[in-house]
Design a protein around this ligand. Structure first.
Ligand code: SF4
Length: 285
């Protein structure tokens, strides 16, 4: 019998889900009391994300349960034998969605079946992303406190500042949380990864090197559809990527701020950084 009520907030290491946790703490104390904070840890997240989560945990005063995938990325990559991509995003399914469902399954087994109120940090200024039934699971009831209470981007920034946690450190060079090799990241972010975490860039490149041995005549395969990482860091390509990025930034500034895409100028949801699908609620919100 499904008579129990559970409350869960899945943190991504991003600013909106973090702000929601503090919003709930300050404005919905009865929910904060019983909510479970979780983090679906791919074990491939950025070091800054792990640091940020530790900080959030400390400031929230509640444990964030780390949920791990059943196999690590290396194993899954060998199993699928192709790079995850925006079109075939098996990474989210295997490393986020399935572990979350397993967590729920174990919870129901241990504590009894019920309804899960899943709190999602979609803001009022992006409310078109909010939809009941988004997860497609009958036991999940999506909750959008920011949409319901008119909390926008500037409010989120205020919440984070007031809470004392601020933004995650990766914001200095990347706009999103997620795996260091996320195929959704722009070429500019790849270059920033190279500058900020050369070891992780090398690790990502090693997957490409393995799949594209010297002298192989097949079309190269990698994290990006059109350029391997080893080519991306060639000076002439890196220069062009940086110039294109700058040009795009300038163009954005000149365009009308009323244009929908520019309302989210700090989070380019509809360009090459875009995820645009449900699973990324786990990865990037
Ligand atoms: S952050 Fe990117 S690579 Fe990691 S699971 Fe999500 S979509 Fe896949």
């Amino acid at each position: 019998m499904k008579d129990k009520e559970y409350h869960i907030l899945s943190l991504s290491g991003g600013k909106d889900s973090t702000a929601l946790a503090f919003y709930i703490k300050d404005n919905m104390p009865e929910i904060h009391e019983k909510i479970e904070y979780i983090f679906c840890d791919t074990e491939c997240e950025l070091p800054e994300t792990y640091d940020y989560l530790n900080k959030i945990e400390l400031f929230l005063g509640k444990e964030i349960k780390r949920i791990k995938p059943y196999k690590n990325f290396e194993y899954l990559m060998a199993m699928y034998n192709y790079f995850p991509s925006p079109i075939k995003r098996w990474c989210t399914v295997e490393m986020k969605t399935k572990p979350f469902r397993k967590y729920v399954y174990d919870m129901f087994k241990e504590r009894g079946e019920g309804t899960i109120h899943l709190y999602i940090g979609i803001r009022a200024d992006e409310s078109f992303r909010a939809a009941k039934g988004k997860y497609g699971d009958s036991y999940i009831e999506e909750e959008y406190p920011f949409v319901d209470n008119g909390i926008t981007h500037s409010d989120v920034m205020d919440i984070l500042e007031k809470a004392g946690v601020g933004l995650p450190d990766y914001y200095k060079w990347s706009k999103r949380s997620g795996c260091y090799f996320c195929p959704f990241q722009s070429k500019m972010t790849w270059l920033n990864l190279y500058d900020n975490h050369p070891d992780l860039f090398e690790k990502a490149k090693a997957f490409e090197d393995e799949k594209n041995p010297e002298g192989c005549e097949f079309k190269p395969v990698g994290w990006n559809l059109d350029m391997l990482l080893k080519d991306m860091i060639k000076p002439e390509n890196a220069k062009k990527i940086r110039e294109d990025f700058e040009r795009k930034q300038q163009k954005k500034k000149q365009e009308s701020p009323r244009k929908l895409i520019n309302m989210f100028a700090d989070e380019p949801m509809f360009d090459e950084d875009d995820c645009g699908e449900n699973g990324c609620l786990f990865c990037h919100i």
